[in-house]
Design a protein around this ligand. Structure first.
Ligand code: AMP
Length: 461
C-alpha cells in the first residue's frame, strides 16, 4: 500500500476548516459482535551482523537467560500520556525475556492474498468521491474496506479490528463522506488517541474530498486552542480530535454534542491505555442515542469489549487482524552493561543494515537527551515526544520519513499511528510498559509484507 504521507499543500494545525463539496440521503440501523492473539517467541541472543567490531560484550550472544524474570514496575518506564503511567494497559510487573526473542520469524504474509468482494465502484459512491479515490491511486478495496464499507453505508454500528496500515482510515472515511455528501446536516466526530493520528486522518480526509465544500476542524491537545475555537464557529462536517481537548471544547460550548450524528473511535484500545476513558464516556453522554458509532481498535481486550458493549448498539464486527504480526518480525534482546548502554546503541546504529531505525525511550526528557547524544555521536537523529511542539514533532517525522535522519527516538505515545515505510529496525532502548506497548512498538517495522527486526535492550545482570 502506498504510505500515508500524501502531504497536504497547506498546514494542518488545529484549525484546518476548509471546504471539500456536493448533496441528499443517509443510512439506517441494525447490529452484532468478537477476538485477538499474541506472539510465540523463542530464545536466542543478538549476534551482530558485522562482527568486525563485536568486541562489545554488551550485546553478547545468548542473551536469553532461560525465561528469567526481571524488573518491577519501575523498570518499564514506557512512555505514556504525559510520561505518567496512569491508565496503562497490562503492566508487565514481571518480565519474561523470551517474549522479546523470535529468531526464526515466519515469512511475512504467507497467508493467501485476500480476494476483495467489491470494487470501489460497487459501493455506489458519489461520483466526486469515487474520482478522488481513483486519483489517490486506490484501486482495490483493502480487506477492512471491502468488509466494512457496505455496513457503514447501511448505517450499522461497526467494530473494526484492524491495525494501522490496513487502510482503516479510508474504511471509515469513505462511507461517512459519501453519507455526508448526501445529507449535509450530518456531523461526524472522530476521536483519536494522539494529535498525530488526528492530523493524519484530516490529511486523508482532504485528499478524499477535494472541492466538495465539506469542512473539518482538528481539535487536539498541546496546540493553541484559539484557532480551534474559531474553526468551530461555523458548522463542521467533521471534527477530529483527541478526547481531552474535545471534552474541553464541549465544556466551553464550542462543540455541541447534540448535533453530532456519527462518532468514530480510532485506535480505541490506545485511547483506553492512555487513560482517556473518562473523557470518552463524558463526550458520548450528550451525543444523541440515535448516532451511528464506529469503533476501530487493533486489539480486543476485556476492557475494549466493555466499551463496545457500552458505546455501540448491536454492532457488526469485522476483523482483519493478521494471525500474529509479531510472528514475522525477527526479535532479539541486546544485553548491555549499565556503563555502556549508550555505546552499545551507537555501535548498532553504525552498522550498515540499520538504515531507518525507531528507538523507543521511556520518558520525554530521556528521549530528547538520547536524541541529542546520538547526534553528538555522529548519528543523524531526531526525537518525537510530548514535550515538543506540534510543529517540531511534524518536522521530526518528516525528516525521518524523507530519510534525512536515520534514527527517530520516540516515546510510545508520540509514535502511535506513525506510518513510515521501510523501518529496518525498532530498538527498545528502554523497556515498554506493557506487552501491548511492545507489540505496538515493534509493529512499526515489518509493515505490510516486509520483514522487520526488533531489538530490546535488557540489562546483562
Ligand atoms: P491506514 O490503515 O488508514 O493507516 O492506511 C495506511 C495506508 O494505506 C495509507 O497510506 C492509505 O493511503 C493506504 N491505503 C488505504 N486504502 C488503500 C487501498 N485500498 N489500496 C492501497 N492503499 C490503501
Amino acid at each position: 500500500m502506498p504510505n500515508s504521507s500524501g502531504r497536504p499543500s497547506r498546514p494542518v494545525a488545529g484549525r484546518s476548516r476548509r471546504p471539500f463539496s456536493s448533496n441528499t440521503a443517509s443510512g439506517d440501523s441494525a447490529r452484532r459482535s468478537s477476538s485477538a492473539h499474541r506472539s510465540t517467541p523463542r530464545t536466542g541472543g543478538y549476534s551482530r551482523p558485522n562482527s568486525s567490531s563485536s568486541s562489545s560484550s554488551s550485546f553478547s550472544r545468548g542473551g536469553y537467560a532461560g525465561g528469567r524474570s526481571f524488573g518491577g514496575r519501575s523498570s518499564f518506564g514506557g512512555g505514556s500520556r504525559g510520561g505518567s503511567s496512569r491508565g496503562r494497559g497490562r503492566v508487565m510487573s514481571t518480565f519474561d525475556v523470551s517474549k522479546f526473542i523470535n529468531l526464526n520469524p515466519a515469512k511475512p504474509v504467507t497467508e493467501a492474498p485476500y480476494q476483495a468482494k467489491h470494487t470501489f465502484n460497487d459501493f455506489g459512491l458519489d461520483k466526486d468521491l469515487a474520482l478522488a479515490i481513483a486519483t489517490m491511486g486506490l484501486v482495490t478495496p483493502s480487506p477492512i474496506q471491502d468488509q466494512v464499507i457496505p455496513y457503514i453505508l447501511q448505517g450499522h454500528d461497526v467494530v473494526g479490528l484492524a491495525q494501522t496500515g490496513t487502510g482503516k482510515t479510508a474504511a471509515f472515511l469513505i462511507p461517512v463522506i459519501h453519507k455526508t455528501l448526501h445529507e449535509r446536516s450530518r456531523q461526524t466526530l472522530i476521536l483519536t488517541p494522539t494529535r498525530e493520528l488526528a492530523i493524519q486522518i484530516e490529511q486523508e480526509l482532504r485528499r478524499l474530498t477535494p472541492r466538495m465544500n465539506l469542512y473539518a476542524t482538528v481539535c487536539v491537545g498541546g496546540m493553541n486552542i484559539r484557532p480551534q475555537i474559531s474553526g468551530l464557529r461555523r458548522k463542521n462536517h467533521f471534527i477530529i480530535g483527541t478526547p481531552g481537548r474535545v471534552q474541553d471544547l464541549i465544556d466551553r460550548g464550542h462543540i455541541k454534542p447534540g448535533g453530532i450524528t456519527t462518532v468514530i473511535f480510532d485506535e480505541a484500545d490506545r485511547m483506553l491505555d492512555m487513560g482517556f476513558i473518562h473523557d470518552m464516556r463524558e463526550i458520548l453522554k450528550d451525543i444523541p442515542d440515535e448516532r451511528e458509532t464506529l469503533f476501530f481498535s487493533a486489539t480486543m481486550s476485556k476492557s475494549v469489549e466493555g466499551l463496545v458493549n457500552d458505546f455501540l448498539r448491536d454492532p457488526i464486527t469485522v476483523s482483519v487482524r493478521k494471525t500474529d504480526i509479531t510472528n514475522s518480525i525477527t526479535q532479539d534482546v541486546v544485553r548491555y552493561e549499565h556503563h555502556n548502554k549508550f555505546d552499545t546503541l551507537v555501535n548498532l546504529l553504525k552498522t550498515e543494515e540499520f538504515t531507518r531505525v525507531i528507538v523507543f525511550g521511556a520518558m520525554k526528557h530521556s528521549v530528547e537527551k538520547l536524541s541529542l547524544e546520538l547526534v553528538h555521536a555522529g548519528i543523524k537523529a531526531d526525537a518525537i515526544h510530548g514535550n515538543k511542539s506540534h510543529v517540531q514533532r511534524q518536522r521530526a517525522l518528516k525528516n525521518f520519513k524523507d530519510g534525512r535522519v536515520q534514527v527517530l527516538v520516540a516515546t510510545d505515545v508520540a509514535a502511535r499511528g506513525i506510518h513510515v515505510d521501510d523501518v529496518s529496525h525498532v530498538i527498545n532502548y528502554d523497556l515498554p510498559g506493557t506487552y501491548e506497548d511492545y507489540v505496538h512498538r515493534i509493529g512499526r517495522t515489518g509493515r505490510s509484507d516486509k520483514s522487520g527486526k526488533a531489538l530490546t535492550f535488557v540489562p546483562a545482570h
